[in-house]
Design a protein around this ligand. Structure first.
Ligand code: 5GP
Length: 112
């Protein structure tokens, strides 16, 4: 596992991303390979490699990520119909980028 990821480059504006939200703690941008008409990634500015590396001091940050996902779903107009919030953890969980991120996607009927 490397110390930095592609998301650090996005945070540093070294590579472009379609940013949909930013505050002092978080950045949210469109996934480059969307799985649904709306597919955003919500990442903390502070790098935590996986959810396994989070600790009690990160509790408010993790909650803020979840509430931001809901807020962005409202803004995108998909909150009422429904959407999915997902965090992949490690290889077995399908994690590819080792900087925690929430996927928020919707805008089509998702499988149960
Ligand atoms: P993971 O599989 O780690 O949960 O999800 C990583 C996500 O990051 C994938 O959905 C992938 O499409 C997205 N991604 C990877 N590289 C880039 C990039 O350079 N820009 C953007 N916007 N998304 C990326």
């Amino acid at each position: 596992m490397t110390d930095t990821t592609i998301f650090d480059k996005i945070l540093a504006r070294e590579i472009p991303a379609d940013i949909v939200y930013e505050d002092e703690l978080l950045l949210a941008f469109k996934d480059i390979a969307p799985k649904a008409p709306v597919h955003y990634l919500i990442i903390p500015k502070q790098r935590i490699a996986t959810l396994n590396d989070a600790n009690p001091a990160d509790q408010a940050l993790l909650g803020h990520m979840m509430l931001t996902a809901a807020q962005l779903a409202h803004k995108a107009g998909i909150a009422e119909d429904g959407y999915r919030v997902q965090m992949n953890v490690n290889k077995g969980g399908g994690q590819v980028v080792y900087h925690i991120h929430l996927h928020m996607f919707g805008g089509r009927q998702l499988d149960a």
